[in-house]
Design a protein around this ligand. Sequence first.
Ligand code: MF3
Ligand code: CO
Ligand code: CO
Length: 266
Amino acid sequence: MTVLLKSQQEIAKMRIAGTLASEVLDYITPFVKPGVTTGELDTLCHNYMVDVQHTIPAPLNYAPPGYSPYPKSICTSVNHQVCHGVPGQKILKSGDIVNIDVTVIKDDYHGDTSRMYYVGEPGIQARRLCEITYEAMWRGIEEIKPEKHLGDVGHAIQQFAENHGYSVVREFCGHGIGAKFHEDPQVLHYGRAGTGLKLRAGMIFTVEPMINAGKAPIRALADGWTIVTKDHSLSAQWEHTVLVTETGYEVLTVSAGAPPKPVFRS
Ligand code: MF3
Ligand code: CO
Ligand code: CO
């Protein structure tokens, strides 16, 4: 496993790409309303990225080994969809929760971030799942510091999610990111404190826990991309791209509309 340490020039480019990715999520926020289709959200984001930002939507035609090329520019994962939901004709209705995951390429570097959106008024359980998942991501991020381990990140996320009666998806994880969309290391959202890769300043990776209200198992739909919970329980995910600094961490996927770090519950 080769974990690249980014130079100051690369970090500067990653800050720009991260901000732009987050700004796509800001841009789309007012459009996430009952009656809109996920395909319309994809078209809006695509045009914003290409025409306004002059960024490249990294998902479009992305084809890792064993996958057919991804056909759209963003991922939209609704309700029991865990991740990689392919935008299409699905009409969003009040009470739905949807994860929108955006990855842009600017000046050869990637920024990758996702948020949960409420369509109209969320139910109490959907809101709680989204909030707990958000705090779980941040509890993982708060562990990031040189000399700490990736297992500390995964452990913090898993412990918090499971303490609230939820389960952590195992099959997908965070990832190193830079000139490549997905590179080493793999960032598991579960694990044991003090184990795994030791963090060093200059590493950049995502933290993107997928948390299910029910059981952890997942399956893929026939489109080859969309992942759903096996038990059809609700699933939530948030994602940031994070730099390890000399003293801790810097979240790179920030913009005016990015929600702040939450006040941690006890
Ligand atoms: N953005 C996703 C991630 O966080 C990856 C999506 S791959 C795609 O890693 F092809 F589905 F877009
Ligand atoms: Co990612
Ligand atoms: Co992503």
